[in-house]
Design a protein around this ligand. Sequence first.
Ligand code: KIV
Ligand code: ZN
Length: 516
Amino acid sequence: MADDDRVLIFDTTLRDGEQAPGCSMNLDEKLLLARQLARLGVDVIEAGFPVASQGDFEAVHRVASEVRGAAICGLARTSDDDVDRAWEALKPAERPRIHTFIATSPIHMEHKLRMGPAQVLDEVTRAVTRARGYCDDVEFSAEDATRSEWEFLVQVFTRAIEAGARTLNVPDTVGYTTPSEYAELISFLRERLPGSDSVRFSVHCHDDLGLSVANSLAAIRGGARQVECTVNGIGERAGNTAMEEVVMALRTRSEYFGGCDTGVDSKEIWPTSRLLSQVIGVGVQPNKAIVGANAFAHEAGIHQHGMLNNSLTYEIMTPESVGRGATELVLGKHSGRHAFADRLEELGVDPEKIDFERAFRRFKDLADAKKTVYNEDIEALVADQLLRVEEHYKIENISITCGTFVTATATVELDIDGEKHKTAKLGDGPVDAVFKAIAELTGTSARLLRYQVNSITSGMDAQGEVNVTLEADGRRSIGHGADTDIVVASARAYVHGLNKLLQHSRSPSSGDLRGI
Ligand code: KIV
Ligand code: ZN
């Protein structure tokens, strides 16, 4: 099996990625992301850790019930409770996968599990056997494999194969290994394990030394045929292997990797990356490979000259190939509803599931304000509608006075559950004044933890995109807003965040279990 040239993409954005501080998602957000991951064409979606919390259980269950096209996976330790709970959550999936794991390194066995090697081996057999009693597709992971004794790994994985695991994952849990060492480990296991031809080797890397993508790619050369990764590389500490980097490295250098490729539709990479950033309110650094703002920008004169003559001089892949660049919208202010609805569908947004008239009005306003409307503009325009947030607060009107000679003043009118309310506030700048006015009208006690503004596209008329993180009563929410006027975008983001705080109790973080 390991000799074929198809590398499976196992996406763990919703499980390992979501564990990172500031990256948690509620149920609706996970569902939205899972649908986009299916469009992207990942093979496996690890939707959560069902035993960890009721929120995780429900998220895995909903994704398993509603998302088609990818295998849906749930994580479980080796205890019966964990495996049973994972199965309960996964049952409705078209293709369920139970992923069970136990640590195998001396340090984890002694200090975390307080188990000896023999006991760990028995746990492997028990958990994999129990999981196989529920479904055919069972993955086993030897946590902290890269700090485990190689001979012990042979024993562990032999037990997993004997009990019926189909995928063997060799995680670099603490981001400790190096490319050549990791490739050697995978080759060693393939050679030494009886029955290794009947299983798929998987790799799962963390980026503590900045080597996760390099390690994953090296492991493919060593015979691994599944990579576990996250969108934008989100994950605990320094993050996990970035999905987009692995996918594009394989596509761009397929020959070097023996013809290996994934089933990912690379044009969906950019929309997926943007959707995740909008949902969690965490963007990527501008120089991030593939999805950073500057990843395809050529600034140096000598580069620009080369690019004009022949783009291959400095470009190893096109922005269009990852869904960027070819985004100019042929729609303009004269375009009608049909054209706008078609474009929404192309972007994966069902016009019937949003307030279409409102989105269309905003599109028209935008087309009036901006020369060119890009796909990213449209995504931003409907982003706050995708998550079905009930609008207790709606912005009716905003008026701002600011500048170098005046104290910033904002007059804000809100519709609060059908009634109009208005106030004016002074502030330390226009955004501060608007936020103070909204806070007074809503009576919120939410603290503003983070405020981030980006330009969605280039150009003087670009829309500003604002993300805010709010916290009230131990709950957090991410608010998102976009507009050609960044003060209005800020107000939209703040109001969106407040509506979310009212509606959602964020899925409670799962306490101790998240720290695995
Ligand atoms: O990093 C790790 O070892 C994990 C396992 C649960 C696969 O996330
Ligand atoms: Zn991990």
